[in-house]
Design a protein around this ligand. Structure first.
Ligand SMILES: [Zn+2]
Length: 278
C-alpha cells in the first residue's frame, strides 16, 4: 500500500489512509467489503494521527481511498482529490467543507507549512488492455458494503509535497506521463512498484527515468508492494506470493540503478525523512 503519514511537528498530511484489509476472496470476486472501523481507530491511535489536516488519495481505487471518509470524519481533515474521490466521500456524508475537488490536471493547496500539489499521472497499466484493473469514474455515490470494483480509478495523480525542509514526491501507482515531472526537483521519491513485475523491466526503466531521474531525487523508497490482504496491525510487512507479485525482484531492479539510493522504510515505525534546513 501507499499509506504514508508526513508530520512536521505541527501539521500531518496523510497520503491514502487505507487501514482496512480485504481478503483474497474479496479481491478476486464481487463479494462486498466495508471499511474496518476498529482497524482505522487502532491505526490512527498508533500513528498519533491527531493533527491530520489533509488526506490525499493518489487515486480512487479501494486500496487507496476506501477509508478516507472514515478517517476524515474521525480527524476533521480535508480530503483532496479527483471528482471520483469527491463523489464517494461526499456520498459517505463527508461535509462539503471537508472536500477539495480537483480537476484531472490537478492543483495545489497549502496546509500549514506544506504545499501539496497533485499533478496528473497515469495508473500502472495492469489490465490486459493497458489501463488499471477498475478503470473509469465513480459516477454515483454508493455505500458499503460494496465490491472492491466499485472504487473506480477516477484518474491518478503524482503528489508533490513541498516544505521548507525539502520536497517529497509520492508516486502511488507505476504509471507516468512523459515529461510531467521535469520541472520538479525532489529530495525523496516514494515509488509505487505494485504489479511492475507483470508490466516488465522495459516499463520499469521508463518509469524510473520519468519519476526518479527526472526529479533528480537522491533517495527512493519503494511503496505499494506489500500483501494487501494482511492485517494493517501485522507485526511485519508481508509480500504477496510470487504468483501474484514479485516485489523482491523489482526492488532488485531498483537497486541496480546508480542514480539514487534505494531504502526500505520500517513497517509502521516513524523515521526522520528530512532535517530542517538552517
Ligand atoms: Zn490502483
Amino acid at each position: 500500500m501507499a499509506t504514508l503519514l508526513f508530520d512536521d511537528g505541527e501539521t500531518q498530511i496523510l497520503i491514502d489512509g487505507y487501514f482496512t484489509r480485504v481478503g483474497v476472496w474479496e479481491l478476486a470476486t464481487a463479494r462486498p467489503v466495508s471499511p474496518d472501523g476498529k482497524a482505522i481507530d487502532s491505526a490512527l491511535d498508533r500513528l498519533g494521527a491527531t493533527r491530520v489536516r489533509a488526506i490525499v488519495p493518489v487515486h480512487s481505487h479501494f486500496d487507496h481511498m476506501m477509508d478516507t471518509a472514515e478517517v476524515a470524519k474521525r480527524t476533521g481533515a480535508i480530503v483532496v482529490g479527483s471528482r471520483s474521490t469527491a463523489t464517494f466521500n461526499l456520498g459517505m456524508g463527508l461535509p462539503s467543507k471537508q472536500m477539495v475537488t480537483l480537476p484531472k490536471e490537478g492543483g495545489t493547496r497549502k496546509f500549514g507549512r506544506f504545499e501539496i500539489e497533485l499533478r496528473r499521472s497515469l495508473h500502472a497499466p495492469l489490465s490486459p488492455k493497458g489501463g488499471p484493473r477498475f478503470p473509469g469514474e465513480i459516477e454515483l455515490a454508493f455505500s458499503y458494503p460494496a465490491p472492491v470494483s466499485s472504487w473506480r480509478e477516477g484518474g491518478s495523480y503524482t503528489v508533490i509535497l513541498r516544505h521548507p525542509a525539502g520536497t517529497i514526491v509520492v508516486q502511488g501507482s507505476a504509471g507516468f506521463v512523459p515529461g510531467a515531472l521535469k520541472d520538479v526537483k525532489a529530495d525523496v521519491v516514494f515509488l509505487g512498484i505494485g504489479g511492475l513485475i507483470r508490466i516488465g523491466e522495459p516499463h520499469f526503466r521508463n518509469y524510473w527515468r520519468e519519476v526518479v531521474r527526472a526529479t533528480g531525487a537522491p533517495h527512493v523508497v519503494p511503496v505499494h508492494y506489500d500483501d494487501l490482504t494482511r492485517p494493517a496491525d501485522a507485526p511485519a510487512i508481508g509480500f504477496f506470493p510470487r504468483m501474484i507479485d514479485d516485489a523482491p525482484t523489482v526492488i532488485g531492479w531498483m537497486q541496480e540503478q546508480t542514480d539514487a539510493d534505494v531504502s526500505l522504510i520500517p513497517w509502521r515505525e516513524p523515521i526522520v525523512l528530512l532535517s530542517a534546513k538552517p
